[in-house]
Design a protein around this ligand. Structure first.
Ligand code: GRG
Ligand code: 1GP
Ligand code: MG
Length: 235
């Protein structure tokens, strides 16, 4: 049986980008077997329904919970193999479209929501070089106090269950991750960005509840991902 907030028990998420290849000889099954607690399928650029569906199908037969993380309403897929939907909302986006606008459009055109399986992730986007920062015109010029305040607003004022500190592509500032951790109480803090080995996973997982590993799976493969699972669970 699944609980309503299974991420409370997670240490590690593997984020698979349907637009990126896997290293030679690596299968989705291998990645599912790294010991990660869950797989999130998503990416910012070049995501199509077809690519999404292929990855879901390839992961579905393996024993790890699968979540879709759509970057736009168009790529949301209804699929029984999915445990649920983690829908980003970017708290420091430059345009309200990425805070509530895309969500409004989604709800306007669809009429068959599975709210029990849908949860938002309150993103704070920190790396101005990342596609996600350009895409959402995020204001990444934030210090530890700003980040802590956003995290508090997300948790206390907007009732967010998940706060996601996103450094996509680069390893974050430990002091800032710590500030976000101290600011969150009930919410689960996800950290993602630049985790590439045991030590980087361990250092971020000291503060974050869950670490998210992305590009490493596409660039390095299974052993590297497995080391991050160990780092996250040891912390
Ligand atoms: C309302 C619905 C269904 C969707 C809207 C969802 C929103 C607000 C999306 C904004 C962008 C976002 C937060 C996407 C999530 C995935 C993500 C952060 C991927 C990683 O981004 P990068 O690492 O910058 O991109 P690439 O690795 O694809 O280059
Ligand atoms: O690709 P990396 O840098 O591991 O980032 C992971 C994830 O937070 C991206 O959304
Ligand atoms: Mg990326």
């Amino acid at each position: 049986m699944t609980t309503t907030t299974p991420w409370d028990d997670w240490d590690h998420i593997l984020k698979i980008d349907p637009d990126k290849d896997l290293p030679e000889g690596v299968t989705y099954g291998d990645l599912c077997a790294t010991g990660t607690d869950a797989i999130e399928i998503g990416g910012t650029m070049g995501i199509t329904e077809e690519k999404m569906a292929d990855v879901i199908e390839a992961c579905a037969e393996h024993d790890v919970p699968l979540y879709q993380e759509p970057s736009s309403p168009e790529v949301v897929l209804e699929d029984d193999a999915l445990e649920g939907y983690l829908i980003p909302t970017v708290f420091n986006a430059g345009s309200p479209f990425w805070i509530t606008g895309a969500h409004k459009e989604w709800v306007r055109v669809d009429d068959d929501y599975d709210w029990d399986r849908t949860t938002t992730e309150a993103y704070i986007v920190m790396n101005p070089e990342a596609d996600v920062a350009t895409y959402t015109e995020a204001d990444c010029d934030l210090d530890a106090d700003d980040v802590a305040a956003y995290a508090t607003v997300a948790e206390r004022m907007f009732g967010q269950e998940i706060v996601y500190l996103e450094y996509s592509g680069t390893l974050g500032d430990e002091g800032i991750v710590r500030a976000a951790a101290e600011a969150t109480d009930d919410a689960t803090l996800f950290y993602g960005g630049g985790i590439h080995d045991y030590d980087s996973a361990y250092s971020m997982a000291q503060y974050a509840d869950v670490v998210v590993v992305g590009d490493l799976a596409h660039d390095e493969g299974v052993e590297a991902v497995r080391a991050t699972v160990e780092g996250a669970s040891d912390a």
